[in-house]
Design a protein around this ligand. Sequence first.
Ligand code: GLN
Length: 228
Amino acid sequence: MTVVDFPEIRRTNPGKIGVLNLQGGVVEHLDHLERLSIQGIPVKKPEELKELAGLIIPGGESTCLSRLINIFGLDEAIKEEYKRGMKLWGTCAGAILLARHVVGEEAHLGLIDIEIKRNSFGSQLDSFACEALVPEVASEPLPLTFIRAPKILRVGEGVKILLAMDDYIAAAESDGVLVTIFHPELTECLAFHRYFARKCSLAAKEEVPPLDPTWNMLSWTRYARIAS
Ligand code: GLN
């Protein structure tokens, strides 16, 4: 994949990636960025988008996120910054928000030409985990966690499929937008965050392996308030 060059951005690029901080898996993404020594900042206001190299729209609930994006006046601001060159990555609900076509409903931000269908695997109880090789992202199979995930049904012109499985597409990208219907931030996988950082023309700590060796079975609960 050719990374589009935005020399004017590199000049002013302070090297930060924002994580939309309205609802959903915000801290988990910030934590993964930190593990790669990338400065991640939670974003709630339009002015906080200024000069970001990239923005992650996390998983959560797309209807809720979409309403909050409008309430917080972020809709136009995200589109403006995208035009300026800010890269976007949507995980799960984030991918739904970025899709140009959403089956049975109006599109939200509509910044990548994909068709996506919400809740395609069934209920929350039909959530699952598996592994797959995504050659553009890492040379070893990566863990994938699907939580009441959508399916990407097709991609349009200018969109490359990064991972196709059974009857659906699980990861795709255009020059400016990456979409994954699974959640790398809930696993030991740092490879997608590094891949996105590279897309944003930022250098992630190279010596960090694609899979965090310190991860254990309980790491996903690291931000849960579990009484000890
Ligand atoms: N089911 C959610 C939706 O349609 C997405 C779930 C997720 O982000 N894990 O918005």
